[in-house]
Ligand binder design. Structure first.
Ligand code: CDP
Ligand code: MG
Length: 375
């Protein structure tokens, strides 16, 4: 009997050598183990090892997976068997939350979650007039072009990369008809019916084909060294919040963002990051040797994508810290049951969110994510 085995061609960006390395990645569903071969040097890179962080549902072309703190892009199926078995109808698409709906991002993430679309990248950006015109190039000759470009460059937008079965049509279905008034008649539960206003201000955008999705994802999240539209961090009078990887993978992101808005804070920058171990160590450096949880805090932070937020509001470092609650969710549930950690935390390490400790560090932590990591 042959043991079941899936094969992929995977790419990993090696930051030390600053080059892309290619691997054959083998996954054995029987015991959840992986094996990796270096394609160029034709040698074993990783002996067959159990990898608890890897799940079969994450394995398809276009997906990014984390294998022992290395972020790998699965770029091709390694054999016909794997392609037939796992290559169903998974797609990637670009969603853009337009300026009129960015405070509804929590509700929109909840809707995405309910239809099994995964958010694999997210970034709040402010488009210039030229960038918006470039994004909507196909509509250049339409009478509404100027209005449209003016509108989407009038304030921040949030770009999302969505992944899942038939992601393109599922997201467009969730958006509803282009004109919000029509959406209110024909699809009351849709994004545009709930959060849009009219034919121009209609809350969101969704790619309409595989080719458009590829172009539009490249526009916001370029794969080469060139930089897409800039993030919106002000790096002034702010504090930093990180929604931790466990909370993201448990589908809590929408609820947490809703709670933050409901408490009256402004989210002036938002971006998902996949941190490697070195970055996570650097970010948590101040806790090294001080907190016994330091190693597990580092492991948690690089175990999957996290979401960094720049939070603004009156006296935000202090008030936001109070809103997050005591670091230990058990204590939080007892003393401050309405805080984020009481509501969404599980343990001292998996306590849903990180927030800046010292008021003076707010700007520094925001800069670490939005200036250095997104540099
Ligand atoms: O966004 P969608 O693909 O549903 O519609 P579209 O026909 O590709 O148009 C792009 C965007 O232009 C719409 O989402 C509207 O914001 C805007 N538009 C408009 O302002 N007036 C129209 N008559 C049609 C579209
Ligand atoms: Mg369109």
């Amino acid at each position: 009997m042959y043991e079941e085995r899936y094969a992929f061609l995977a790419e990993w960006y090696d930051p030390c050598a600053t080059l892309l390395r290619r691997f054959q990645l083998l996954y054995y569903p029987e015991d959840g183990s992986v094996e990796m071969f270096d394609v160029k040097n034709r040698r074993i890179f990783l002996r067959r090892t159990k990898c608890n962080e890897l799940h079969q549902e994450d394995l398809f072309v276009g997906s990014r997976v984390n294998v022992f703190s290395r972020h790998l892009n699965l770029i091709e199926y390694g054999d016909q068997y794997t392609a037939n078995k796992l290559g169903s109808k998974k797609e990637r698409t670009l969603a853009m939350i337009k300026p009129d709906a960015i405070t509804k991002i929590g509700d929109i993430l909840e809707m995405l979650y309910s239809v099994n679309l995964m958010v694999t990248r997210a970034k709040m950006v402010k488009l210039t007039w030229d960038q918006a015109a470039d994004f909507y190039l196909e509509h250049q000759s339409k009478p509404f072009f100027n209005n449209l470009v003016q509108f989407v460059s009038s304030g921040p937008v949030i770009a999302l990369e969505l992944m899942g079965e038939e992601a393109i049509s599922v997201w467009r279905g969730l958006l509803g008809p282009t004109d919000s008034a029509v959406a209110q008649w024909e699809a009351q539960q849709s994004v545009r019916a709930q959060f849009g206003t009219d034919g121009v201000k209609n809350a969101g955008h969704g790619s309409d084909s595989v080719a458009a999705a590829a172009r539009e994802l490249e526009f916001f999240f370029p794969s080469t060294m060139c930089h897409g539209p800039s993030n919106t961090a002000t790096c002034a009078d702010c504090t930093c919040c990180i929604i931790k990887p466990h909370a993201i993978s448990e589908g809590m992101t929408g609820k947490i963002l809703n709670s933050i808005f409901a408490a009256g804070f402004e989210i002036s920058a938002l971006q998902m990051f996949s941190m490697d171990r070195a970055n996570a160590e650097e970010f948590h450096e101040v806790y090294k040797g001080v907190m016994t949880e330091y190693p597990s805090m580092v492991s948690e932070l690089c175990s999957g994508p996290c979401m960094a937020l720049e939070i603004r509001g009156k006296d935000s470092p202090k008030t936001f810290r109070e809103f997050c609650g005591p670091a230990d969710p058990e204590i939080a549930q007892y003393l401050r049951p309405t805080t984020l950690r009481a509501l969404y935390g599980k343990s001292k390490v998996q306590n849903a969110v990180h927030c800046t400790d010292l008021p003076d560090d707010g700007v520094l932590e925001v800069q670490y994510f939005f200036k250095i990591l997104d540099g």
